[in-house]
Design a protein around this ligand. Structure first.
Ligand SMILES: *[C@@H]1O[C@H](CO)[C@@H](O)[C@H](O)[C@H]1NC(C)=O
Ligand SMILES: *[C@@H]1O[C@H](CO)[C@@H](O)[C@H](O)[C@H]1NC(C)=O
Ligand SMILES: [Zn+2]
Ligand SMILES: [Zn+2]
Length: 425
């Protein structure tokens, strides 16, 4: 064999050796993204997202949204449980037997008046999908459509969790209390973010979002004429002292190396310039990354409010909303699932599109799942490129880029399918 021929063969051999043979799960992921981008799936998702966006519903009131979900599942022939946690829907794709892996989407909107003028603006005054949960529902339905087409390749059961009341209603906890996720061995969730470009994702292993609690205090004094303070007990001064003292919990009591937030975001009292009111109301939120630290902080918030109000001769009732809005644990990502996510997202999007993000003080009720099931939460880029500066989640000006929908749908589908393949091995 002449040398040049041998050289050619060698080149071919080297090229072949350098091209990794795509594993079946990698091929599946790429296929899922291609399918999600076809007009059949993409246009359908856009339509659903806009329909839900036009009709936002608040926590535990997601009846129409729930109905849209069930109608779509019915059309696809996907069985589901309903109602779970009032409006929740839990769908099943695959063999119907173990292992089980769950994908979660939250359904609720916010009490915000939408300020974006566009064709599909919220039709409900004072309510808006300002946290992107309309897109979350849509992308999970998108994943369902893709997965149903590949049901024979699913080596176990994928559990679709459409959850109510993420915004302070602990819907995740209510879903868990229903027992529907009993045999699930991993759960994935995502959040659309308006500051990361489409095609990029961001997350990290370990703590990613803070634990969060809410409090409110009604500080009772004795109202009277503003010119005769000696005959009154002034609740405004008492509340002011309480607010200042609460700040010392962070500056003087918390470990400076432990991220902690106490914010008094509500302060109401009085109405006239010449009247000292009977009472004043304050309220706010507290955040941290350790569950024990959060319990202690909660205790100290109560002590400071009662003690400081007492110094000012006021009585006080403190409410932590344990029933309607229990304390949200910190969101902590499982390390094994982090590696799985990096593999799947890296293959699907390119490793340079998978960002390692620092933790931040926002909160997610996805954390309730992670307390009992290994879980993984990540941010999905849905930046609306022409909107500068970008508008944050919970802004009445929020716009999200629908071009991100196929990425969320494909990631959901791929994460679950390849997870089941992986644990079977
Ligand atoms: C979980 O598995 C156990 C044992 O196989 C079974 O009895 C139970 O019904 C399962 N729960 C759910 C919600 O599927
Ligand atoms: C506080 O509560 C005590 C006991 O109920 C009551 O006697 C007192 O008047 C209350 N003070 C105020 C400022 O409401
Ligand atoms: Zn939100
Ligand atoms: Zn949200």
């Amino acid at each position: 064999m002449p040398f040049y021929k041998c050289f050619n063969l060698l080149t071919i051999f080297l090229v072949l050796a350098a091209t990794p043979i795509l594993s079946s799960s990698e091929q599946l992921s790429t296929k899922f993204l291609d399918i999600a981008k076809t007009p059949e799936v993409f246009d359908w998702m856009v339509k659903i997202r806009r329909k839900i966006h036009e009709n936002p519903e608040l926590a535990y009131g997601e009846f129409e949204t729930s109905k849209v979900i069930r109608e779509e599942l019915d059309k696809m022939g996907i069985p589901y449980k309903h109602p779970v946690a009032v409006t929740g829907v839990i769908g099943f794709i695959g063999t119907g037997t173990s292992p089980f892996v769950a994908l979660r989407a939250d359904m609720d909107a916010l009490p915000i008046q939408e300020m974006v003028e566009w064709e599909h603006k919220s039709k409900v005054p004072g309510k808006m999908h300002a946290c992107g949960h309309d897109a979350h529902v849509t992308m999970l339905l998108g994943a369902a459509k893709i997965l149903k087409q590949h049901e024979k390749e699913i080596q176990g059961t994928i559990v679709l969790v459409f959850q109510p009341a993420e915004e302070g209603g602990a819907g995740a906890k209510k879903i868990l209390d229903g027992g529907a996720l009993e045999n699930v061995t991993a759960i994935f969730g995502l959040h659309a973010v308006p500051n990361v470009p489409v095609g990029l994702v961001a997350s990290r292993s370990g703590p990613i979002l803070a634990g969060s609690g809410f409090f409110e205090a009604i500080i009772n004094g004795k109202g009277g004429h503003a010119a005769i303070p000696q005959l009154t007990i002034d609740p405004i001064i008492a509340a002011s002292n309480v607010i200042i003292s609460l700040q010392h919990l962070v500056s003087r009591e918390a470990d400076p190396l432990e991220p902690t937030v106490v914010t008094v975001s509500k302060f109401q009292g009085g109405g006239a310039f010449n009247v000292i009111p009977d009472y004043a109301t304050i309220g706010g939120t507290f955040r941290g990354f350790s569950k024990n630290g959060m319990e202690q902080l909660k205790q100290r918030i109560e002590q400071v409010i009662i003690g400081q109000a007492g110094v000012n001769r006021c009585n006080v009732t403190v409410n932590f909303f344990d029933e309607v809005s229990p304390m949200n644990p910190p969101t902590v990502n499982n390390d094994e699932l982090h590696k799985h996510f990096q593999n799947v997202a890296g293959n699907l999007l390119g490793v340079d599109k998978v960002i390692n993000m620092p933790p931040f003080m926002g909160a997610e009720d996805f954390a309730f799942y992670q307390e009992v099931i290994p879980g993984y939460f990540f941010m999905l880029g849905m930046k609306y490129a022409s909107l500068e500066p970008f508008q944050s989640l919970h802004s009445p000006y929020l716009r999200i880029n629908e071009d991100g929908l196929p990425y969320g749908a494909a990631l959901h589908a791929s994460l679950a399918t390849t997870y089941l393949i992986k644990i079977k091995q």
